[in-house]
Design a protein around this ligand. Structure first.
Ligand SMILES: Cc1cc2nc3c(=O)[nH]c(=O)nc-3n(C[C@H](O)[C@H](O)[C@H](O)COP(=O)(O)OP(=O)(O)OC[C@H]3O[C@@H](n4cnc5c(N)ncnc54)[C@H](O)[C@@H]3O)c2cc1C
Length: 463
């Protein structure tokens, strides 16, 4: 029954294959082997080396991660995420090629960081590479690319609806050569890690600007600047995500030199929009891998020979095969949606691929959660406990519909754009109808009801 599995490069969807270089296809197989043979077996070691107490967990620097990084570097697997047509600093792959690799990385909790392709550093490095001055790049981008430090992106605030970035209100006032920052941030991912040295921070520098899209700025704040306090680490359904973590941070008269401003005052929106494009896609790409992993667990469980409810292997119960079939279709469809968005970014940029990015951002978490839910269900009680990674994957998968803009916000934008075709659709249907009228005349025909409802009502009246 068992068959030789195809390698990652052999599984590239036919529609994407012509756009994947030979070098990328080879690297993809190396990534997959590295994830399967090195990272997934090391995931529990990483969890154990992170420690137990809060103090241990948020000061941990698991040795196994550094060992994996050394192996990844030797294999040439570092910084694959920086796309070649926009940046010179990366490993020279396109978004499409990285998308296929990120799917493999998404199957392990250690693989993304081991290859220096972990969020939020990936999006943050893109900010430095795209918008940073040489001085900012030397100070922050170089050690980030080398995997020596980590970074955080501080936008969301506890007191406002942050999915609308116009609401962000951390105050930024100028005092000589310095900007003075006051306010609060939360869900500041990465701030728990002692290696996190820079916070890319969004605040309001020009609250009275009549255009709300020019009120915000983005500034680089060294994590050890006086006045910064991390009050607590937030959990995701009880998971603390240590040592990385998600901080609730306050700024109390934090003084930052004006040379740390990115692009210039008032250009915050430009930066966050540029940052979130590829970043959103990276999450979606990894989520496809997580869905595949969930499916693997489900297949393994429904074929466990020890578990035969009502006298049959679970895989002999039709509903399970039906679910496998549906998940196979949806995961494959979701992959195409993600790769399409990646190709669109490759051919233009994140702005040009807004529609495709939104589609991926909405659709992929739905498919991931459905897959994990059915995989958990197939495991019975075992599915919700610590014996498989499924509950943790579900908890983190659930956040995908919230982070980087909730699904509703993307759907609203997509719906609005689609609705812009209103006149076009109405005109097209009216023109087709008019042409039918003209053809009816030409062929000497009367217009008839195609469903013949008239005849039906006649026969009824005869009864
Ligand atoms: C695990 C995790 C990691 C995160 N990491 C970071 C990080 O590193 N940096 C950072 O800055 N932030 C981060 N966030 C925060 C995340 O980006 C925000 O939570 C998200 O943007 C939503 O903002 P909000 O929480 O303020 O919710 P709100 O803006 O108050 O929205 C609440 C809900 O309202 C609904 N809603 C919003 N707008 C609309 C609409 N137009 N139509 C219909 N319904 C709508 C949605 O259901 C939404 O979930 C993280 C969040 C999580 C859970």
């Amino acid at each position: 029954m068992s068959r030789q599995p195809l390698t990652a490069s052999q599984r590239i969807p036919a529609i994407a294959k012509p756009f994947v270089s030979e070098r990328a296809a080879k690297t993809l197989d190396i990534v997959e082997k590295f994830v399967y043979e090195e990272c997934i077996p090391a995931d529990p070691i990483y969890a154990q080396q992170t420690g137990r107490t809060i103090e241990e967990r948020f000061s941990a620097h698991p040795q196994v991660m550094e060992d994996l990084k050394v192996k990844a570097r030797k294999l040439g697997l570092f910084n694959m995420f920086l796309p070649k047509n926009h940046f010179t600093e990366g490993a020279g792959f396109s978004n499409l090629e990285y998308g296929l690799m990120a799917e493999c990385l998404g199957k392990s909790t250690t693989a993304s960081e081991a290859t220096n392709c972990a969020a939020p550093d990936t999006g943050n490095m893109e900010v430095f590479a795209k918008y940073g001055t040489q001085e900012q790049k030397d100070k922050w981008l170089k050690p980030l690319l080398a995997g020596e430090i980590r970074s955080a992106f501080l936008m969301t605030e506890p007191q406002v609806a942050s999915s609308d970035a116009r609401n962000i209100e951390l105050s930024m006032t100028q005092d000589g050569d310095y900007w003075v920052l006051n306010g609060q941030k939360w869900w500041s991912s990465g701030t728990g890690d002692p290696r996190c040295q820079v916070y890319i921070t969004m605040g309001k520098s020009d609250p009275h600007n009549p255009d709300p899209y020019f009120q915000q700025s983005v500034i680089l704040v060294a994590a050890d600047t006086p006045g910064i306090t991390i009050h607590r680490m937030l959990s995701v359904f009880g998971y603390d995500d240590a040592p990385h973590g998600h901080g609730h941070v306050s700024f109390d008269n934090v003084r930052v030199h004006k040379s740390n401003m990115v692009l210039g005052p008032g250009r915050g929106f430009e930066i966050i929009q540029g940052r979130l494009g590829p970043g959103r896609i990276h999450h979606a790409m990894r989520s496809i891998g997580a869905a595949e992993k969930g499916l693997e667990y489900m297949i393994a469980r429904i074929n466990d020979p020890r578990k035969k409810p009502f006298g049959k292997q679970l895989s002999e119960h039709g509903v399970m095969l039906d679910r496998l079939a549906r998940l196979r279709i949806e995961i494959d469809a979701a992959r195409l949606v993600v790769l399409d968005a990646a190709m669109k970014i490759d051919n233009s940029d994140a702005k040009g691929a807004k529609k495709e990015i939104a589609q991926a951002k909405i659709f992929v978490p739905e498919v991931l959660l459905k897959t994990l839910d059915w995989a958990i269900q197939a495991h019975g009680g075992g599915g919700v406990c610590q014996d498989t990674p499924l509950p943790s994957m579900y908890a983190h998968g659930r956040t995908m519909a919230i982070v980087d803009g909730p699904s509703e916000v993307h759907a609203l934008q997509l719906g609005r754009n689609e609705n812009k075709r209103a006149q076009e659709c109405r005109d097209k249907l009216a023109a087709q109808s008019a042409k039918t009228e003209q053809l009816l005349k030409e062929y000497g025909l009367e217009k008839v009801d195609r469903l013949q409802l008239n005849r039906k009502s006649e026969s009824r009246s005869r009864l």
